[in-house]
Design a protein around this ligand. Structure first.
Ligand code: SF4
Length: 387
C-alpha cells in the first residue's frame, strides 16, 4: 500500500502501467484516432468510419466493420484492439436494476464496474448510469470501503476506463431496458466516477477518458451527466475547475469535523475539511456548478442530530452551491451498520432546518455486494479458499 503522505495527487504514475501490445483504440481521442489511422496509410475519413463502428454501431470486433476494406480490417486485427477487459464474474440484483461486473485487466489485475438503472422520477427521466473504476485498488484507505483495504495497485489507462462504459453500452443496445414508465433505455445516460480508486489521483487518465466519452464521435455523453467523486484532493479540484469540460463534482465528506473524519478517512491529515471546502467554493465560483457532498451514514458514528447540526453550520457558507447526498452504509459492510429510518429522518430534518438541501441515496444491490471492492474481495476469498 502506498504511503499517502508521499503521494503526488495530480500526477500519473504511468510507468507502472503495462503497455498494451496493440493500440487500444478506446483510449484515443478522435484527433489521435485520425492521426493513428493516417499513420496506417489510410485516408482521414476512415477514422470517422472507425469511430462510428466503435461508438455508434458498438461493434464488438473489427470483423463486424463491414464498410471497412477487408485488408484494413485484417490490419486492425493485428495492430489494434477494442476488446476491453475480460468479464470474470457478473452479478445481477434481484430487482434486475443493478448489474455488477468483476473485470480482469490484461495484466491480471481486477476491477469492478456497475450498471444502475433508475426509473423516472418527478425530477427526471429514467436513467442508465455506469459507476466507473479509475484505479486497481486505492491508496487512500477509507475504513468503510473494501477497495481502501486492498491498497493501491495501479492507475487505469484511459482505454481501460472507457471500456467499462462501452461494455454496458453494448449490453444495453443488445438488450434495452423497459423502464416502468414505458420508456425504452438503450444507451448509457449518466456516468459516475465512484468505483474503485480515487479519480483525481489518476487525474490525466480520468480527464482523457471523460473527453473520449464526451466527444461527439464517441458515446457523446454530456459533461453535465458525468460526476467525478473525490475524497477531496485539493490540487485536483482546483485543476478540474480550470477544465473546459464542466462535469459535476462530488466530495466524499462523511463527517462534520476533522477529528471524526480522520477516524475513517486518513486523507484528512493532508487535506483538512476547511481546505477542501475552500477548493469547492472556488470550483463552484469558477464553473457555476453545484457541488454534491456525499455523506455515508454509519450507525452510532456520524448519524446523530448534533452531527447534522454541525454539518449544516460547516456548509452554511456554501448553502446555495451545495447539496448533501446521505447514503446509509451498505448492509454488507463488515464493520458498520446503517442507521434506522427514524435516525435518518431526524438527521435530514436537522440539515433542512440549517438550510442545507439534501436527499437520501439508497445503496444499490445489497444482494450483489454493490459497494465498491466487495465483489473483488469476495472473489479473492473464494480463490484463496480453493487453493
Ligand atoms: S472510498 Fe474511494 S478514496 Fe476511499 S478508499 Fe474507497 S475507493 Fe479509495
Amino acid at each position: 500500500m502506498l504511503d499517502i503522505t508521499d503521494t503526488t495527487e495530480t500526477t500519473n504514475e504511468i510507468a507502472s502501467e503495462t503497455p498494451p501490445a496493440r493500440t487500444d483504440l478506446l483510449g484515443l481521442t478522435f484527433t489521435e484516432m485520425s492521426e493513428w489511422v493516417q499513420g496506417l496509410g489510410q485516408p482521414a475519413f476512415r477514422a470517422r468510419q472507425l469511430a462510428g463502428w466503435i461508438y455508434q454501431s458498438l461493434a464488438p470486433d473489427f470483423a463486424a466493420m463491414r464498410t471497412l476494406p477487408a485488408a484494413l480490417r485484417e490490419q486492425l486485427q493485428r495492430t489494434a484492439t477494442i476488446e476491453g477487459p475480460r468479464v470474470q464474474a457478473e452479478l445481477a440484483a434481484k430487482d434486475g436494476r443493478t448489474r455488477k461486473l468483476l473485470l480482469e485487466l490484461a495484466d491480471g489485475r481486477r476491477i469492478e464496474t456497475v450498471l444502475m438503472l433508475y426509473p423516472a422520477t418527478s425530477e427526471g427521466r429514467a436513467r442508465a448510469t455506469v459507476c466507473v473504476s479509475t484505479q486497481a485498488g486505492c491508496a487512500y484507505g477509507c475504513t468503510f470501503c473494501a477497495t481502501g483495504q486492498m491498497g493501491f495497485d495501479r492507475h487505469l489507462s484511459p482505454g481501460e476506463i472507457v471500456a467499462q462504459v462501452v461494455y454496458f453500452a453494448r449490453e444495453l443496445r443488445a438488450r434495452p431496458w423497459q423502464a416502468p414508465d414505458g420508456q425504452t433505455i438503450d444507451h448509457i445516460t449518466n456516468l459516475v466516477f465512484m468505483g474503485m480508486g480515487e479519480p483525481l489521483h489518476n487525474y490525466d487518465n480520468t480527464l482523457k477518458a471523460l473527453r473520449i466519452l464526451n466527444m461527439p464521435e464517441g458515446l457523446n455523453i454530456g459533461a453535465r451527466h458525468m460526476t467525478v467523486s473525490t475524497v477531496g484532493l485539493v490540487p485536483g479540484i482546483l485543476r478540474l475547475a480550470e477544465e473546459p469540460l464542466q462535469v459535476n463534482l462530488a466530495i466524499s465528506l462523511h463527517a462534520p469535523n476533522d477529528a471524526m473524519r480522520l477516524r475513517t478517512m486518513p486523507v484528512t491529515r493532508k487535506y483538512p475539511i476547511a481546505a477542501v471546502l475552500d477548493a469547492c467554493r472556488q470550483y463552484a465560483a469558477r464553473t457555476n456548478r453545484q457541488v454534491t457532498f456525499e455523506y455515508v451514514l454509519l450507525a452510532g458514528v456520524n448519524d446523530q442530530p448534533e452531527h447534522a447540526r454541525e454539518l449544516a453550520t460547516l456548509l452554511a457558507p456554501l448553502r446555495q452551491l451545495c447539496h448533501v447526498n446521505l447514503i446509509p452504509v451498505n448492509a454488507t459492510s463488515a464493520s458498520y451498520r446503517p442507521p434506522s429510518g427514524e435516525t435518518i429522518r431526524i438527521f435530514r430534518d436537522e440539515l433542512r432546518a440549517g438550510g442545507v438541501s439534501n436527499s437520501v441515496r439508497a445503496e444499490r444491490g445489497d444482494d450483489i455486494a454493490a459497494a465498491c471492492g466487495q465483489l473483488h474481495t469476495r472473489e479473492a476469498r473464494k480463490h484463496a479458499a480453493a487453493e
